[in-house]
Write a protein that binds this ligand. Structure first.
Ligand SMILES: Nc1ncnc2c1ncn2[C@@H]1O[C@H](COP(=O)(O)OP(=O)(O)OP(=O)(O)O)[C@@H](O)[C@H]1O
Ligand SMILES: [Mg+2]
Length: 523
């Protein structure tokens, strides 16, 4: 960077630094955004394909999930980083619709590029996009419908479509809905955080099922411990169930046999106290976060109590929520109110495998505050992808339950918004009208991409959808086979579409406002 001729240059930044100004800036950013959204396009929609991600540490993932792809890509370009941040925001807010948001942002920038090249001021574009967003919100008010039981299933199905879980969608979609509707236990807004995932590690996808409680993989320490409990009063302890070792390094001198006996007897008595407290609480299932003393365990087994040690933090939390138990610190001050109830408890020893762990299930809890989706199938990579799909579906379905408004999918909502923006632009006299038209075209990329991936001609599809949106009948979208018709049962929570659109516009606008790129790396 230098100034003035004939004078020695004023060097502000180092030599490698490159400075880009004017429309070249946007071109640069837009090119990066284009690469990024083109990367995701083939994964989009019911006919979207998957990506295989292979990391330097050798781990692989096969996924269709926009959020996962975005999270794993080691993007370097600042424009791509802005898109990654946008994808993460959408994932955190809604869990679904990440790919839509990326594609929309790419398209908004692409359209902006054409107008900038013709000399439109970036801020005029920003104004036009902002007006268009207002029109979009009005159109969504018109198109939104209330959630009901059938549509709720549609929301889960739509989120699962195109993902690995689609292979058994008739099992998974009801499972997702039932999981969320089963959650009670004082939970105000049932969500994905109340649903645990448990990999069965065997069987097929169709063996997947809902557990109204939790499943834990741990060794059951004694064969004599009881099995198949019904309506089991449950105690959940966060720490160990054993007597504390002395923390001080003291040496005790024992001079007579009686003294040794007394010492041992005192220890035994303290253990008995622990066992007695547990037995007297009336519990028949005890779950602990730490170790359980062998002698205490034997006493409990004799009293017909199943005790399971060394649960991790989330297992303890889930078990307590599912049974309605209070997570207590110490066994000695159990209160009757701390106990929960597990509807059924069953543990299974897997003789056939060399696994040293048994599966303990707490099921059929009365009003569980946490439930579990048990996922069948042995392949680790495939199961991971199923879990990602289920997570999206849980998030989308819980949003639908929470805010109650739904919008039709399959590109229908975006096509209708595009139409509304286009007709609103007609009454706009200034140059912002150009930006609004560009916005409408950008929204149609959703349609075009869905059509493309379904093997249809995208231009024809866009035109046909435009005509349908203008006719103002029932919403028409692109079905999985590419046909343009009503898409019954394809629903998104309004917030997935609305927030996605908002953040795509925000990100695009913030890129358009940039007037110089100063790169220390020289790129
Ligand atoms: N059965 C269906 N028929 C037609 N379109 C569908 C169907 N199911 C889903 N879609 C459409 O597919 C698109 C969603 O695709 P996809 O799930 O790949 O992307 P996303 O939800 O934006 O991102 P991600 O799920 O990766 O976070 C939406 O436009 C949705 O309406
Ligand atoms: Mg999705």
């Amino acid at each position: 960077m230098s100034e003035g001729e004939g004078k020695p240059p004023v060097v502000v930044v180092s030599e490698e630094t490159s400075v880009t100004s004017g429309t070249a800036v946007q071109e640069k950013l837009i090119a990066a955004a284009r690469v990024f959204s083109n990367l995701l396009k083939p994964t989009y929609g019911p006919r979207g394909l998957d990506k295989m991600l292979y990391k330097t540490n050798g781990s692989t993932a096969v996924t269709n999930d926009g959020a996962k792809i975005v999270a794993e890509l080691m993007v370097k370009h600042p424009a791509a980083k802005m898109m990654v941040a946008m994808g993460n925001t959408q994932e955190e807010a809604c869990g679904d619709g990440v790919t839509t948001t990326m594609i929309l942002c790419g398209a908004l920038l692409e359209e902006a590029n054409n107008l900038l090249a013709k000399g439109l001021h970036p801020l005029t574009l920003v104004d036009g996009y902002r007006t268009a967003l207002e029109v979009a919100a009005e159109q969504m008010d018109c198109d939104a419908v209330e959630v009901d039981d059938e549509r709720l299933l549609g929301v889960a199905e739509t989120a699962l479509t195109g993902k690995g879980a689609e292979a058994a969608i008739d099992v998974f979609a009801p499972m997702v809905r039932d999981a969320l509707t089963a959650i009670e236990g004082g939970v105000e807004r049932p969500g994905a955080e109340h649903v645990a995932m448990f990999k069965l590690g065997s069987g097929g996808l169709r063996d997947s099922h809902l557990i109204r409680g939790v499943a834990i993989r741990r060794r059951v320490l004694l064969d004599t411990l009881p099995n198949d409990l019904v309506n089991a009063p449950t105690v959940v302890v966060s720490g160990d169930i054993k007597i504390r070792k002395m923390t001080r390094n003291a040496e005790i001198q024992i001079t007579s046999a009686e003294q040794l006996d007394g010492f041992v007897e005192a220890e035994t008595e303290r253990k008995r106290q622990l066992a007695r407290a547990l037995i007297e609480s009336g519990a028949s299932l005890i779950l602990a976060g730490g170790e359980i003393d062998r002698d205490v365990l034997h006493d409990l087994a004799d009293a017909g109590i199943l005790a399971v040690p060394e649960l991790d933090e989330s297992e303890l939390q889930n078990a307590a929520a599912a049974t309605g138990a209070t997570l207590i610190d110490s066994v000695l001050d159990i209160d009757a109110g701390d106990l929960g109830v597990a509807g059924t408890v069953h543990w299974e020893r897997r003789q056939a495998t060399d696994q040293v762990e048994d599966v303990i299930r707490l099921d059929d809890c009365e009003s569980p505050g946490a439930v579990t989706l048990a996922i069948g199938g042995a392949g680790e990579t495939a199961t991971e992808e199923i879990i990602r799909g289920l997570h999206d579906a849980l998030r989308a379905t819980s949003l639908a339950l929470e805010n109650g408004q739904l919008l039709p999918g399959g590109g229908a909502s975006h096509a209708r918004i595009a139409q509304a923006v286009r007709s609103a632009s007609e009454s706009e006299s200034g140059r912002a009208r150009l930006a609004m038209d560009a916005f409408a075209r950008a929204l149609e990329t959703v349609t075009a991409t869905l059509a493309d991936n379904a093997g249809k001609d995208s231009l024809d599809a866009v035109l046909e959808m435009r005509a349908a949106a203008r006719a103002d009948g029932a919403p028409v979208g692109i079905r999985a086979d590419g046909e343009i018709a009503e898409v019954p049962g394809v629903w998104h929570p309004r917030s997935v579409i609305e927030e996605g659109l908002e953040s795509a516009v925000e990100t695009a606008m913030s890129m358009l406002r940039i007037d110089q790129v100063i790169s220390a790396r020289g790129d």
